[in-house]
Design a protein. Sequence first.
Length: 277
Amino acid sequence: MAPPAPRPEPAASEVPALEIPALEIPALDIDDLHVSVDDREILRGVSLKVEPGSLHALMGPNGSGKSTLANTLLASPEYVVTAGRILLDGADITDLPTDERARRGLFLGFQHPEEIPGVSVLNFLRQAIARRKGIDDFSVLEVRLSLIEWTKRLGMDNRFQERYLNEGFSGGEKKRNEVLQMAMMEPDVAVLDETDSGLDIDALRQVAAGIAEVRRARPHLGILAITHYQRLLEHLVPDVVHVLVDGRIVATGGPEISLEVEARGFEAFRAHEEARV
Ligand SMILES: Nc1ncnc2c1ncn2[C@@H]1O[C@H](COP(=O)(O)OP(=O)(O)OP(=O)(O)O)[C@@H](O)[C@H]1O
Ligand SMILES: [Mg+2]
């Protein structure tokens, strides 16, 4: 029996141009978010979208509302959303509690991580991962193995896991521990609040390398990194930079924006915003 004749290739002119569909659902979509604390409006209509796999940096002066945004993403009760929405992988999480957000893959690294005396790094992670995976009794062995792997990948001391969470940790250790948690929680979106604060140059480089390592292991992870300075961004080049001033995003662009901040300070952006209003 003769083999079926091959189908003729379409002529190049008949092949439709390949269009990249704009259908990709943002990993994190913050839509016109207004947030008040003690009846004072701190965020005044913040919108930004973090695509899967991308790294966004959020810069802004002291008191501009960066941590307010992070705390709101965490569903911290003092932060009241008065308008707008937060979507995680396309699902509205604005009214969901902290736990449920974490379970769906949102991770938050804190500006000032809390000390939890009596809870070891290992046990904390075991509980957090169990909640994230919806498994009550997550095996210690599995967590231990993953910890060994990640402490190695992040260049951390393996004895770390037995220590109580953040108790007596140096500033640098706290931040590296946040990166370790991020790695092990396997989130889809990570919001890192000043992961660079209080770090010396070497620790900064290590933390940046750690974040890059987690991104390699989880290519679809979307990251929103909050930072004051260009320093972190030299090691961790962002895809998009946003500048937040007085609770509003006043500029969005490529890495050149962070250089502009470094060169001209935030005042220039503030003046720009005032001229716009
Ligand atoms: N829990 C709170 N109670 C009262 N006021 C708050 C609270 N959280 C934030 N604010 C106020 O909201 C404003 C923004 O603070 P926020 O911590 O979000 O700034 P930030 O941009 O993170 O600053 P920094 O760069 O100094 O970390 C400040 O005026 C602050 O006092
Ligand atoms: Mg802050």
